[in-house]
Design a protein around this ligand. Sequence first.
Ligand code: NAI
Ligand code: MG
Length: 500
Amino acid sequence: MPATKQKKAVRKSNIVKLKFDTSWAYDPAPESKSAATIKERYDLFIDGKWQPSSNKKYFATINPATEGKLSEVAEATEADVDKAVKAARHAYESVWKKMPAKERGKYIFRIARMIQEKARELAIIESLDGGKPIRESRDFDVPTAANHFFYYAGWADKLEYAFPNRTAEPLGVAGQIIPWNFPLLMAAWKIAPAIATGNTVVLKPAETTPLTALKLAEIIEESDLPPGVVNIITGAGATGAAIVNHPDINKIAFTGSTDVGKIIQRAIAGTDKKATLELGGKAANIIFEDAPLDQAVEGVIIGIYFNQGHVCCAGSRLYVQESVAKQVIRKLKDRIESLIVGDPMDKNTDIGAINSKQQLETIHKYLKIGKQEGAEMYQSSCLLPGKGFWCRPTLFTNVAQSNRIAQEEIFGPVLSVLTFRTDDEVIEKANNSPYGLSAGVWTDKGSKIFNMTKRMRAGVVWANTFNKFDPTSPFGGYKESGFGREGGLHGLLPYLALKA
Ligand code: NAI
Ligand code: MG
């Protein structure tokens, strides 16, 4: 809005009214799609070569913001999985495990630098294929992916310092299956520690978001990494199951739903396959009355609406101390109203498209359940684009601890707000969940932070912040959120056998 018009608007209305004035629209600031190259069709990246699948079948990946087709990718069959595992085994035995660790590290550093060089293109493709705002792909997903490669490249030749007085040996071939919420970043979380420790890899991205993993395959090809060290194959659940069940895989690393996590655990029972499972969550974000409330509200907003709430560690259960509940809820409603929902490619967008039609249906199912359970639903009044999959930022008040919207993972921009009076009460409520991945505490008192973090059954507890990630810091859950840690020195362990 031009400055003169703006002044008039201020004169005419009070500040509150002005905030909701729809004329306060930002001019569009779209990122250019032309800075990215997406091929019409992608084959499987096996043994350093692009190969069609044995059944010659392809499936489409769409842009969830437009429903338009972006590309098609090969559907890997059991025979293709076998080919990829054989390539990984051969690369492991003949090259990778024998290579001096310092040399292995150099390749990983090279991949990290190439991700940085191609950061803009990767960010664009991530937003087109998955629907997340370009601001997030550009400022979070891609740089954090590069950082993981840098971090683990550094560990490659320092394992004797990580695990003193013990010999650390790789396991062999790792089968890695990743979800659609952070496609490139999850590929980095999986591949970097695996190859830094001398293992080779067969990785499968999710069926709705395969493109950045395939771009990463192009980077890996260009990096001259020995063929077969990293194989990237596309497909849906059946391809994932074929990886899990392949007899020559030594380790499974999976991020995704708790249901599939359970299937995987059953499938590998009785084998000597190692596994790490990073599954769902229903994180409690707790605001005490002494917390800096504006800061806390901002943290709650980031906690639940980041990446449309498609985040396993999303702060989807808010516990507010009763004395400040009214105030916090009002602030949350005001803030929700200012979130910009729409074109993921626009640099001003806060909330992009829901990743798939199926996920949107799941979210709608929970909105209905919440209302039926007697909770009160509040949504922002923003307009939604006509095409594509969208959900307004939503919050529920009057939620009971036993409600399904307080117990089950929704994986969308939906916050359940509950209240509490005492520390003991909130600890009991926060821990009363089948999940245990993350949690957040907002308070002015350091002593309270230590007390709370000690008593919370969650793998990661953030204090006066939320959704902070760093490659040096381990991440993982308890209970139905899975087991094993990724990131940091801890993230090396699942890929190693330690000998005395
Ligand atoms: P999903 O668990 O089915 O998909 C994750 C990955 O597992 C994909 O690559 C998929 O192809 C693969 N997969 C599916 N079935 C498999 C099988 N039997 N064996 C091996 N791999 C298999 O997740 P979905 O159905 O896309 O989402 C359902 C719910 O799961 C979401 O609403 C959300 O609550 C949760 N979820 C949690 C994630 C997390 O980061 N923890 C990520 C994605 C979903
Ligand atoms: Mg897609």
